[in-house]
Design a protein around this ligand. Sequence first.
Ligand SMILES: [Zn+2]
Ligand SMILES: [Zn+2]
Length: 165
Amino acid sequence: MKLFRSDLIAGFSDKLFEIPVNELKTDIIQFAEPIVRCMLTAVTAFDGYKITGKLIWSTIEICDRCLTNFPQEHELPILFWLTSNQDLISEVNEDFLWFPDSQDWVDISTIVHDLIYLDEPIKTLCRKDCKGICPVCGQNLNQQTCSCSVPRDEGQWNDLKKLVE
Ligand SMILES: [Zn+2]
Ligand SMILES: [Zn+2]
């Protein structure tokens, strides 16, 4: 997504930008909606501009316990600087984006991409108390209970069987 110098000079507040997700080149994340919304505010700062705001998007997640798909809304604050001051640009400080005076626009897709990527949870549950699926019959236990008796410990179960025999 491009931010144009003319817009930045004029300044904007809580302006809505919509980024098509295919611009972000993410093949791992499954989006529920094909756009990411950015509400951005721009003010002049540090030989350039300070951009603040938030990102809003939704994904389809898969529950680790019951394996069902469910939609998830995400919202994340965003903060970065565009600057023509080379001293501020370093690999350590990735919040500063190079924006030389000769450039009419700057692409912020990488920043948006990275924030969305980092927000992907390592563990996903459809709800906190998800009951998961029965390891015996495969029933989703959130929807219905089953009558399987699940052995807590295989070894114990085998000993019990021997006793019965
Ligand atoms: Zn679940
Ligand atoms: Zn079962």
